[in-house]
Design a protein around this ligand. Structure first.
Ligand code: F0G
Length: 461
């Protein structure tokens, strides 16, 4: 790479908070990151972006971001802070708490492309982040600002990944962390991360939405910084997933980005990034951002189909994809705005479809956690509906690593994932996708026989 000199903006980007509903602008926020006038969510915006200076600097950003890849400075090695021109400014960039998050791979998925019926299918694997999920990209920013503001405690309610990520970033910076999770509904892999990183971990006898309600009370009584995705700094960090993705496409813009929907922070963040890049003239069109939910946690889908995206009715969520088992998603209005602004849509996946799609992604040698697999399940439907065309370039956002929920995977291959549930009969159709373990005598003969047997059977893809 040539070592060109690039003009680096000298003034730190100035940002403010703006209410997404009433539009009021503030420089400070309250403990729950909600508008003190109307109670809705806040977003970060950058008034100076329409200035002449930004118009002059923006064209140089792409080259600047590339150049930083050769730097050994911690914030340049981070796949989040590398894009800091589009993030709120820390007083001292070198105080950022970073685990070198981001920098996640873009894989092609040939087997899944054939299954879904598209020619070009990719996975942006956010499960390859330091704690195994996309949450790290937002957490590095939100935790850094919590530290800058002098907080000693950070907290979140979580279905598991946010808590794992928050606990890690808090541990890196000597802040203490409080994790509030639904008892028995968080995979033990995620739970073990929070414990190892030293979080005070409280299991409550309720669901994620109940945990969120309790935590909202706690933040009024204890000086703790809330690090759920209502915290707009989280959204800013998570934007970088989309910026990095476009960089990996080398200027080409994919037609579709398909993302799982839970609390709906991630789709909001990716959409915000794309719209900002468009605004800054760094792209000329945006991909369509579509959200896929689990059928048992499909509030956004029902809001869009039944109420034109104007109202959201909370539900009692139920799905084995525990990461997205959320019945009252905080960022639903932001998500609706992204669907409308990018021309995306919302679909749902049944429990059986999620399990099958997860195994199919596995056959491409990638793997992901159940919540991420809704993307492939949804894509199959969007292709059938001709919303996605055969020639379109499609990117699935895989949000979590396969090892985040090994119990789901083992149960699936043992054939007892749906035992005793209403899906037991339908689950018979999954047999083709299940890989059985074989227990053998400890002899070479026995293993060779198993190989001969395997040679005769059809490979999974
Ligand atoms: N995929 C995974 C693996 C997740 O952990 C989550 C959310 C989502 C998708 C949905 O993203 O909430 O931004 O729409 N997990 C949160 C948590 C809720 O607590 O870990 P979203």
């Amino acid at each position: 790479m040539t070592n060109r000199t690039i003009s680096i903006p000298t003034a730190a980007p100035v940002s403010s908070f703006r209410c997404i509903a009433c539009g009021v602008i503030r420089d400070n926020v309250s403990h729950d990151f909600r508008c003190t006038d109307c109670g809705d969510l806040l977003e970060i915006f950058y008034p100076a972006w329409h200035s002449e200076q930004m118009a002059t600097n923006a064209p140089g950003f792409k080259a600047l971001w590339q150049q930083r890849k050769t730097s050994r400075r911690a914030i340049d090695e981070s796949g989040v802070w590398r894009f800091r021109e589009l993030l709120p400014a820390l007083r001292d960039w070198d105080q950022a708490i970073t685990l070198r998050e981001g920098n996640t791979p873009l894989y092609n998925l040939p087997a899944c492309a054939r299954i879904a019926g598209v020619k070009q299918l990719y996975a942006k694997h956010q499960g390859m982040n330091p704690t195994g999920s996309f949450k790290d990209t937002g957490m590095t920013v939100a935790a850094s600002f919590a530290l800058q503001e002098g907080f000693r405690w950070v907290a979140c309610a979580s279905t598991g990944n946010t808590s794992a990520s928050m606990a890690a970033y808090a541990a890196r910076s000597a802040m203490r962390s409080l994790v509030v999770i639904p008892e028995g509904k968080v995979s033990w892999a995620k739970l073990s991360q929070a414990l190892d990183y030293g979080a005070l971990t409280c299991e409550l006898r309720t669901d994620f939405d109940g945990c969120m309600r309790v935590l909202n009370e706690v933040v009024k009584q204890w000086p703790v910084c809330l690090l759920n995705s209502v915290n707009p700094y989280r959204i800013e960090g998570q934007k970088t997933g989309a910026i990095e993705l476009l960089e990996q496409f080398d200027g080409q813009v994919p037609d579709h980005i398909i993302v799982p929907g839970g609390n709906l922070g991630n789709c909001s963040a990716l959409g915000k990034a794309l719209l900002e890049l468009l605004d800054l003239g760094l792209i000329t069109r945006t991909p369509k951002v579509s959200v896929i939910q689990a059928e048992g946690a499909n509030t956004l889908l029902r809001s869009v189909r039944e109420h034109g995206g104007k109202k959201l009715i909370p539900m009692q969520a139920q799905t084995a994809a525990t990461a997205i088992r959320i019945g009252s998603p905080a960022s639903w209005k932001k998500a609706v705005r992204v669907l409308q602004a990018t021309g995306g849509t919302v679909e749902q996946a049944s429990e059986i479809e999620i399990a099958q799609s997860k195994a199919e992604i596995g056959t491409d040698g990638i793997g992901c956690e159940p919540a991420s697999a809704v993307t492939l399940a949804g894509l199959k439907k969007l292709v059938k509906q001709e919303f996605v065309k055969q020639d379109d370039i499609v990117v699935l956002i895989l949000t979590g690593h396969l090892l985040k929920d090994p119990e789901f995977t083992l149960k699936f291959h043992r054939g007892d994932l749906f035992k005793g549930t209403e899906y037991e009969q339908q689950a018979a159709a999954l047999r083709l996708h299940q890989r059985a373990r074989v227990t053998l005598e400890p002899t070479a003969d026995a293993v060779v026989k198993a190989l001969e047997q395997a040679e005769k059977s059809t490979p999974p893809n």
